[in-house]
Design a protein around this ligand. Structure first.
Ligand code: SAH
Ligand code: SF4
Length: 348
């Protein structure tokens, strides 16, 4: 299959033919084996706080959701979880939370990052790789987090279409600000990840095709995409998605096309995809995903990290078995950086 262009992408989305999906998965798989092999990199996910100063209309953590019980893990809890990750061979972790509201919380995170970096041996290659996903911050704040030792950052665009972005965020959250943040992260030197939700009210296949071209144009290093799953206590849950009737299969198609367009990026099999269907992990891998994020957040806090309804949690051992049975290898004791980042920066 040649590289898909805009019209081809729309045709693939619209097709209900199983043969089209199977062919797409086969070429995505071939592309993945040739460019990045069969390894799957784990990131131990620590959801260290569900406090959020933003009000995204789709998310259960939004500030105005007063039904949610809020929590903050303390410094010792977070560092202990990172140590557990390290001992399990998860050499990269991801620290995620709601939007950070104060400089004091940024400084708290800086302190945590430094302590986690100290956990590995003195050899830089042995230390823990840290991905952050804590939302929009200033250039200086991102710089502080980089200098502390974090080196990857996930900030989803949610939709690359400015009108759709505006429809799912309050007026105080701007499309341009999000772009500025992505630019700042790249400029500082982070491996930059972004992504979108699939199946949003008001979203159509044209939007998704444009999202894929947006990722390509922005030369991103990492991609995280998942189906939109309504959370009952959010404003967007009252609006019905119209055009995209099958967000699960559409997400799988998006991932496979993304792999063809961007052969050497890191791409996650998202928890949302796995939450939607028991086969979400396997299908995500078949569509070209090479990253998984086993959740390390203590069980008592998990129900409160409710971005959306019915989030799935798979223990590491089960993840490993399923990955192996599908013909891939869970790569323990490796950072698993984005090959694209190294190529983009001219690093051998
Ligand atoms: N506050 C940070 C990180 C936590 S939210 C941030 O916003 O970047 C992480 C991701 O969860 C978001 O980027 C969004 O894409 C996803 N998410 C939030 N609500 C969701 C929902 N209802 N369905 C699916 N994904 C959702
Ligand atoms: Fe907060 Fe992130 Fe949810 Fe938006 S998506 S409300 S920033 S946690």
């Amino acid at each position: 299959m040649k590289r898909p262009f805009h019209k081809d992408i729309i045709d693939i989305f619209k097709s209900n033919e199983n043969t089209v999906l199977q062919h797409l998965l086969a070429v995505a798989e071939k592309c993945r084996r040739e460019s990045i092999g069969n390894e799957v990199y784990p990131r131990g996910l620590i959801e260290f706080s569900n406090n959020c100063s933003s009000n995204c209309l789709y998310c259960g953590l939004r500030k105005n959701n007063h039904l949610l019980l809020r929590y903050n893990l303390n410094r010792e809890e977070i560092v202990a979880l990172a140590r557990t990750a390290y001992e399990l061979g998860l050499q990269s972790i991801a620290l995620q939370s709601g939007e950070i509201a104060s400089e004091a919380r940024v400084d708290f995170l800086v302190d945590i990052i430094k302590r986690i970096k100290d956990l590995g041996s003195q050899d830089a290659n042995q230390s823990i790789g840290i991905t952050l996903s804590v939302g929009e911050l200033s250039y200086q704040q991102y710089m502080k987090l980089w200098e502390a030792g974090a080196h990857r950052y996930l900030l989803r665009m949610e939709s690359s279409d400015p009108i759709l972005f505006r429809a799912i965020h309050p007026p105080s959250q701007s499309y341009h600000r999000r772009l500025e943040c992505l630019d700042a992260l790249k400029d500082i030197g982070f491996q930059v990840g972004t992504g979108v939700m699939i199946g949003l009210p008001g979203q159509n296949y044209e939007h998704l095709a444009m999202d894929l071209l947006f990722f390509q144009e922005r030369d991103i290093d990492m991609l995280g995409m998942g189906p939109y799953i309504p959370h009952p206590d959010t404003p967007l849950a009252r609006v019905k998605a119209d055009t995209i009737s099958d967000p699960y299969n559409t997400t799988i198609k998006m991932m496979a096309i993304a792999r063809l367009l961007m052969p050497d990026i890191n791409m996650v099999a998202s928890t949302a995809l796995q939450s939607m269907h028991a086969d979400g992990l396997i299908m995500g891998l078949k569509a070209g995903a090479n990253v998984v994020m086993p959740v390390l957040t203590p069980e008592k806090y998990r129900p409160n990290y409710a971005l959306y309804a019915n989030k799935a949690y798979k223990p590491l051992a089960q993840l490993q078995t399923e990955i192996q049975e599908a013909g891939y290898e869970l790569a323990l004791w490796k950072w698993g950086d984005s090959a694209h980042y190294h190529r983009r920066r001219g690093i051998a």
